[in-house]
Design a protein around this ligand. Structure first.
Ligand code: NGQ
Ligand code: ZN
Length: 408
């Protein structure tokens, strides 16, 4: 009998609030629409999120993640203050909304408050719409302290540096020395867009990954998000550092970022995990499939992630996403062993499945949801394919969305 259980997969990059704008940025606003015009729309949307809507959106999203087989999420959280940039009476109100949503849905949370200080490589001040993201280093460390007191077997707290665009060099050093020697996850967006690489070269005299590796002790605590645009030397130095790369294939496609050099990276011994990032898709199957398919389209070949000794593409992708994802999450491997996903033995696409092709059929055989049951420790969070609290969560989400969209 084929065993149809899978270890729960970590989703290592997520901005929960963006789920509520999925499908709302697909109309042309300019013939030269790009990542940067999308970002303006996203900022406008971000400006309307309250602690209450943040909670409702995150509950719906996390319930959907569990239904699709993700059992943990790294939330890269930067909507800290009220829309005009003034901290809420409780300065961690927005963070607490995410933490509560994870607790109430039962997903494992690696919470990453984001340090966001300036509007570009030249150190320009935050724009009006970016003000709610900002912190001085000292205030950020205070928030971090407060959040870390809540850590538990289902909550890990780390830090995120938004990007080299948003964190000046001296602040980066200050933060890293404040967490020196502590074992906590450190995530950063890097080298996602070509314009970002070019600006980094112009202002700092080096490419983003090159600059980071020369100016920070990047090690296994680190997750480099996207890292799309790499030279061979940068690719090798990432693998030597033991850092994980967070690949977010559906978002990277949606935003027109570029294609990550997967084969070269795997050949060099690289570690990766997957992230749903902007949440245009909430499905590990779709992320893994896009990851492989973009490679095939570029190379005009098949089965790119596989090797003669590891011929199953699904197996290679899933195993990497699991190992890299666990590392990036900051949870001990033993904690993850409690997360079990049961696939639907009655699903037609799994008929006659053999153990050695189970992951290929999971990833490459269509779009019907195959997850039947999910357990995290003793808690059953998905039963018969549905999150146990799905109805009430969806009702609150619909109400929140109506208000949000009406305000627009
Ligand atoms: C974010 N998302 O922080 O949500 C970013 C856009 C930026 C992606 N990079 C903002 N995919 O990078 O400045
Ligand atoms: Zn991101």
């Amino acid at each position: 009998m084929t065993d149809l259980t899978l270890p729960g997969l970590p989703n290592i990059h997520c901005h929960a609030f963006q789920r509520a704008m999925a499908g709302l940025a697909e109309r042309q606003t300019d013939p030269a629409d790009s990542f940067w015009t999308w970002r303006e729309l996203m900022y406008r949307f971000a400006g309307r999120i309250t602690p209450e809507s943040q909670y409702d959106i995150a509950c719906q999203l996390y319930a959907e993640m569990l239904e699709s087989g993700y059992t943990g999420v790294c939330e890269f959280h930067y909507l800290h203050h009220s829309p005009d940039g003034v901290p809420y009476a409780d300065p961690s109100a927005m963070s607490e909304a995410i933490i509560a949503a994870a607790r109430d849905t039962g997903i494992r949370l690696s919470f990453l408050p984001v340090l966001y200080m300036c509007g570009g490589f030249d150190g320009r001040p935050l724009s009006e719409r970016q003000r709610r993201f900002g912190h001085a280093v000292e205030d950020f460390l205070r928030l971090l302290e407060r959040l870390r007191r809540q850590e538990s077997d289902m909550l890990r707290v780390g830090i995120a540096l938004h990007s080299l665009r948003a964190v000046p060099a001296d602040a980066l050093r200050e933060i890293l020395s404040a967490v020196h020697g502590q074992s906590l996850p450190i995530h950063i967006h890097i080298a996602e867009q070509v314009a970002e690489v070019e600006e980094c070269i112009a202002v700092r005299g080096a490419r983003p990954v090159e600059w980071l590796l020369a100016n920070a002790d990047v090690d296994a605590r680190w997750t480099l998000v996207h890292a799309t645009h790499l030279t061979v030397a940068e690719l090798r130095s990432i693998t030597a550092s033991k850092a994980v790369v967070a690949l977010c294939p559906t978002t990277e496609a949606n935003l027109g970022d570029g294609v990550f050099p997967l084969r070269e990276f795997l050949d060099a011994g690289g570690r990766f995990g997957i992230g749903s990032d902007s949440n245009v898709s909430v499905s590990p199957v779709e992320e893994l499939r896009w990851l492989e398919y973009t490679q095939r389209l570029l190379a005009r070949q098949r089965n790119i992630a596989a090797t003669p000794s590891q011929p199953s593409v699904g197996d290679v992708l899933y195993t990497h996403a699991l190992d890299g994802g666990r590392q990036a999450s900051g949870f001990a491997v033993d904690a993850w062993r409690r997360d079990i996903v049961h696939l639907d033995a009655d699903a037609a696409v799994l008929a006659g499945v053999r153990q050695e092709d189970m992951l290929d059929r999971f990833v490459f055989a269509g779009n019907r949801p195959l997850v039947r049951e999910v357990r995290i420790g003793n808690r059953m969070v998905v039963r018969e394919g549905r999150h146990v609290g799905a109805e009430g969560i969806a009702e609150r989400y619909r109400r929140s969305l109506r208000t949000l969209l009406a305000d627009g």
